[in-house]
Design a protein around this ligand. Structure first.
Ligand code: AMP
Ligand code: TRP
Length: 337
């Protein structure tokens, strides 16, 4: 964590009991690499999670479990600053200031809001869901992050963040770093094992298409062996006509740190069964240690709490310095102590 590394920030919502292989490959693997080259801040967006109804006990448990999985998957809380969003009140405070700078129409154009609101029914959607992207802008700007690694679906929120940063800077003087989107590659997109044209997702219809990091090894193996393929029986990579196999080949190549071509070459002569068996070994070899480490961490909640407290303190120092400057620039009267 030297001062010269570029500042990076990313977050995920704690909205499932377990992360899945898509989260691991699409997000955690790159976070793990990026923490070596960046001064990285990673957080669990629990304030974002409550923009749709959550069960309180479940939310709390999922936040702990997801944190344990981050650490188990290799996000190192002594290299990166790994924290829970609500532990740093400056997130909500900066979001309020940014709310006052965001146009109603500007917020109404956010496509993710429109999609989510349509799903809930316009009238059921909360104002919190409407201002979700503004809270996200606050997350990023508080830390003066330069790089924000996210999936393509978050691009519009990063654009909004850039607009708000530039607007604030021009109205009140240079305060915020204008961040860059750092769009994670589509090649790291993992599909559902039973339905290989849809993304592997926590909201999948059937659990058998999703490899959860907390699945027991036997269950993982079964899911891989039963993954949907095709009937031509030939091991080759074709995303259009053989999406199931293409997905399995992608998973193998990424987890074994090999090229898809070399994997195809190795298994081209054999049937799907042989390939799947080898793949199951590779996946279990990755996931089982993460599961074991997660369970160990969850077994010692006091230690996990200690790690989160130290990390939240580290985050708060940076966040509070930015917020103090913002309050001053905006003209809020300082409170005397
Ligand atoms: P979500 O679980 O949708 O909140 O996503 C959390 C993070 O995991 C985001 O960075 C996503 O881009 C990534 N992610 C989720 N599902 C997949 C998937 N099937 N393949 C690759 N990345 C994914
Ligand atoms: N909206 C992001 C998602 O759903 C999560 C998120 C919240 C985030 N705040 C952020 C991502 C700040 C990057 C930076 O994936």
């Amino acid at each position: 964590m030297t001062e010269t590394k570029p500042r990076l920030l990313s977050g995920m919502q704690p909205s499932a009991e377990s992360l899945h292989l898509g989260n691991y490959i699409g997000a955690l693997l790159s976070w793990k690499a990026l923490q070596e080259t960046h001064d990285a801040f990673f957080f669990l967006a629990d304030l974002h999670a409550i923009t749709v109804p959550q069960d309180p006990a479940e939310l709390r448990a999922n936040t702990r479990r997801t944190m344990a999985q981050y650490i188990a998957a290799g996000i190192d809380p002594s290299k990166s600053t790994l924290f829970v969003q609500s532990h740093v009140p400056a997130h909500a405070e900066l979001a309020w200031i940014l709310n006052t700078l965001t146009g109603f129409g500007e917020a109404a154009r956010m496509t993710q809001f429109k999609d989510k609101a349509a799903k809930q029914g316009q009238d059921a959607a909360s104002v919190g869901l409407f201002t979700y992207p503004i809270l996200q802008a606050g997350d990023i700007l508080l830390y003066q992050a330069v790089d924000v690694p996210v999936g393509e679906d978050q691009r519009q929120h990063i654009e909004l963040t850039r607009d708000l940063a530039a607007r604030f800077n021009s109205r009140f003087g240079d305060t915020f770093t204008v961040p860059k989107p750092y769009i994670l590659k589509d090649t790291a997109k993992i599909y559902d094992l039973q339905n290989p044209t849809s993304k592997m997702s926590k909201s999948a219809e059937s659990a058998s298409g999703v490899v959860w990091l907390l699945d027991e090894p036997k269950v993982t193996e079964k899911k891989i062996m039963r993954a949907v393929t095709d009937t031509d029986g030939e091991v080759r990579f074709d995303r259009d006509t053989k999406p199931g196999l293409a997905n399995l080949l992608t998973i193998f190549a990424i987890l074994a740190n090999r090229s898809v071509d070399s994997v195809v070459e190795e298994f081209a002569g054999g049937g799907y069964g042989t390939f799947k068996k080898a793949l199951a070994e590779v996946v279990v070899g990755t996931v089982a240690p993460i599961r074991e480490r997660t369970l160990e961490l969850l077994d010692d909640p006091a230690e996990l709490d200690r790690i989160l407290a130290v990390n939240a303190d580290r985050a708060a120092v940076v966040a509070e310095a930015t917020l103090a400057q913002v309050y001053d620039r905006v003209g809020l009267l300082p409170r005397r102590r």
